[in-house]
Ligand binder design. Sequence first.
Ligand SMILES: Cc1ncc(COP(=O)(O)O)c(C=O)c1O
Length: 494
Amino acid sequence: MLSNIIQDPLIAAALFSDLQFGKEFHQMSKQSAAQGLDCELETFRNDLQKAADLIVQLYGALDHARITPAKTRMEIASLFDEPFAEEPQPMGAILREVENKIFANSTLYLSPRFFGYINSGGNQASILGELLASAVNQICAMWHFSPAASEVERRVIRWIAQFIGYAPEAGGCLLSGGSAGNLVGLAVARKQKAQFDTAALGMRGGPPVTVYVSREGHASLEKGMVLLGMGRNQLRRIAVRDDFTIDLDSLEKHVTEDRRNGYCPICVVGNAGTTNTGSVDPLDELAEFCRDQDLWFHVDAAYGGPAACTKAAGKLFRGLDRADSGEESETGADGPLDFKDYGPQLHRNFRALKVWMTFKAYGARKLRAAIESNIEIMRYLADRIDQSQDFVRLAPVPLSVVCFQYRTTDIFVRGDQKYLDELNNELLKELEKDGRVFLSGTKINGKSVLRACSVNHRLRREDVDFLLDVVREVGRSLIAARNPSDATARRNLP
Ligand SMILES: Cc1ncc(COP(=O)(O)O)c(C=O)c1O
């Protein structure tokens, strides 16, 4: 979960505060709550205990659990091919279904052997936080009907801001994730820099506005441009340097050219940890550029932001605190309290509780150490790859993403890029069927690569050793199965 951070909270507050929600609130308060569904409290306590036992069992089996169920869509769909639930069923039976159908068929990000996408392993305090938040059932829209939850949200946004080095007066609200953070960041940028009243006139009120991000920027920015009616073509994708960070000369050229051609540049998005490789743009230089060019500076820190607090990677984030908006941060003590004014949602659930409990249960020092350890272990993976004969790394490792290929030790195929691309694509599918580890794939300079990413405090060095062993084992059997009579494939196995 993320928060959007706006350096000046009043700007964020003004984004939606002119819209009237009073009538809906009034009508809503007249609706009566459904009655009579609660069971006896003792039964409820037993059910909670059973649910807790299920959770403990799931975590107890983590070390040996498959990461993927490796079943077909049809196999899993058939588990839920059931009639409309007209009549009540006993909670014990429902919980067994959760165990056998849902827990058993979920991809286990919880496991340190999950290396796909950017899915965190979660933590125990936040499990309790989610349970308790749904028990108290707050809908953090306006202060007066979620007073404690609003204050907790204000507090955690301040803590997140402090955690990553933002000024204490930064403000915002918790959002569902990076896509929502980028959407709100673009909306604020447009409001501030479009030179016409886009809220009233829409995009017909002035020249087309343009936004700039490196070629490595996240696809949610395109979605944001589309959703805001600014048009995906007005998102300028800027070339990157060898380390996958934005090329500043190319950025400047694009902005100048756009101005000459009648466009209205409004915003540069800096990447603070790209999804593909974890590259961090030169944020300080981007901040300087935006100041000189009168552009809004939004930073997409959806993945990398927390690493700003670490010794291992913190220096890469110099300038993050100069962003006008970003995706981790709160309102000053006197700022507005009605969170409905900060983002697109009116009713939001009480997400802040799990963040508050996480900070309190572990403390910033332990959280920092966990992020630090994650980065160090993934760099250890990079070293192991660099020292091996049959793997090759294809990108630097500034954070916790390692992009590599399995290339065998067979000198006849190692230079054959087409063969390696196919082999690695097949390998990904085989690994998913195998289920012992999980990787996702991406393209690096046109090559199909295996991408290992970990944002999991449970990660140990032995997990990345295991990852390489499994990839090697599955890779070898894949080669053997592809061409059993090919002597070279076997002869050159390491
Ligand atoms: C850099 C970056 N920005 C934005 C997003 C989108 O985040 P979400 O999936 O939470 O909407 C992601 C997701 O991985 C990301 O890595």
